[in-house]
Write a protein that binds this ligand. Structure first.
Ligand code: ZN
Length: 433
């Protein structure tokens, strides 16, 4: 395969009005499909007294009820599936921290469409057949590893399926097989970079690494700056969730929002409290309808992720809507003495202070009915006591100014906070224990 600018130029550059026509056509097909194959949605629509045949346009879509994470739990393991189980070619499962995992299943075509989403994204990042992609997302029930694996194969890139962990071996392979791209969580990449440095290897000179596609945990724009400045690679964001297939939408080289593949998915933003649909540009909860999925199609699935839609055409020529980098998850939002705080907001404040490293934890406690947030963060080098005090003071002041939150701060030396091979544990909420 030659290097491509687009995987599906017709779709990716389609005029907005045509794209909407295509979405509505596929929405009507989806309604017929669900009417014929989904016991779950048949019941749901009957309860709401809605006829599948009445849903014809994007405007009509707003009449449909939401699908939620709870529906996965209530219909565990495969009650929401629309195909006989022998039509499945694969299962994955979400890493539920509490209770049952969410089980997802795929037909052959579902895997093909999912791979296409990622292949389009990789191409939009200038990644192609000459690239060597070291895939350090976990392989297994988690969707990250196999998701990227199939996407990378579709564009004829060479993939090294290292999975997460074995950091020194990762570095050896990166050098010996000349990896150009890494895919993993941003925190794991930072850990790898740290070990690289301790081994006296210079990532810029001694490796061919030029880009990373990072996701599966929330990370801030300031974290991106840190990664790019300290390692010299381009750091790109990817979004997805196992219920919708896995990793799906990536940024393009312009790093200005993640491209939603509108021929496969319809996105909406709602007010998470009232369910009201918000205008493009307004921040709220991302809701996604799948247009082409066979095994587990979803109508208006509430992802719990907070973002906004960017509707203007991107510089790369793609016409699909984009979503902003995820601001946080409704599940992750902390309420500290009545103030709503997303951990990513705290991260942004911390990483603007150059004396601090990217390794931190937020520890929430409750004493005498009063919530308290303590920040434990590593400093980037050893400082004098007076410097220590002024760094501490700066953190406290900045967080008070930006978030109106008063915190306790503990500065620790490098290496104290545990490193993660997958999703980093940034928040320890002792109120829940
Ligand atoms: Zn773009």
């Amino acid at each position: 395969m030659d290097d491509l600018e687009y995987l599906n130029p017709t779709i990716e550059r389609m005029a907005k009005s045509e794209l909407i026509k295509l979405q509505e056509e596929r929405l009507r097909k989806l309604m017929t499909y669900l009417r014929d194959h989904s016991n779950f949605y048949k019941k749901l629509l009957k309860n709401e007294k809605i006829d599948f045949n009445d849903i014809k346009t994007l405007h009509d879509l707003k009449r449909l009820p939401f699908t939620s994470k709870q529906d996965f739990r209530d219909n565990y393991p495969t009650g929401m599936f629309c195909v006989p189980l022998d039509k499945l070619v694969r299962y994955h499962a979400s890493s539920g921290t509490t209770g049952r995992p969410k089980i997802v299943g795929y037909t052959k075509n579902d895997i093909h469409e999912w791979s296409k989403s990622l292949a389009r994204g990789l191409i939009s990042l200038g990644i192609g057949k000459d690239d060597v992609i070291q895939n350090s997302y976990g392989y297994g029930l988690f969707t990250g590893g196999l998701g990227f694996h199939y996407g990378a194969e579709m564009i004829d890139a060479t993939i090294i399926p290292t999975g997460a962990g074995g950091t020194e071996r990762q570095i050896t392979l990166m050098q010996d097989l000349e990896s150009t791209v890494m895919t993993c969580t941003p925190s794991y990449f930072l850990h790898i970079a740290e070990i690289v440095e301790s081994l006296g290897i210079n990532l810029r000179k001694d490796t061919k690494l030029r880009a990373g596609v990072f996701g599966a945990e929330p990370w801030s724009e300031d974290m991106r700056q840190r990664i790019e400045d300290s390692t010299g690679i381009k750091a790109y964001d990817v979004y997805g969730t196992s219920e919708l297939s896995g990793p799906l939408f990536t940024e393009c080289i312009h790093q200005n929002g993640l491209h939603v593949w509108a021929d496969q998915y319809i996105v909406e933003i709602i007010n998470p409290t009232t369910g009201e649909v918000l205008d493009d540009g307004e921040r709220g909860e991302l809701v996604v309808t799948t247009l082409l999925k066979e095994a587990l199609p979803l109508i208006r699935y509430r992802t719990g992720d907070i973002t906004n839609i960017i509707s203007e055409k991107c510089e790369c020529g793609r016409t699909s809507p984009r979503i902003m980098r995820i601001h946080g998850r409704t599940d992750d939002m902390l309420i500290i003495r009545g103030i709503n705080v997303f951990p990513s907001q705290v991260e942004s404040v911390l990483l603007k202070i150059p004396e601090l490293s990217e390794n931190y934890q937020l520890i929430i406690t409750r004493k005498h009915e009063l919530d308290r947030m303590a920040i434990k963060i590593e400093v980037s080098k050893i400082y004098k006591k007076s410097e220590f005090l002024s760094i501490k003071k700066k953190i406290i002041n900045d967080l008070r100014n930006v978030l109106n939150l008063s915190v306790d701060v503990e500065l620790v030396e490098a290496g104290v906070i545990p490193r993660s091979m997958g999703k980093a544990t940034r928040v320890i909420d002792k109120r829940k224990i």
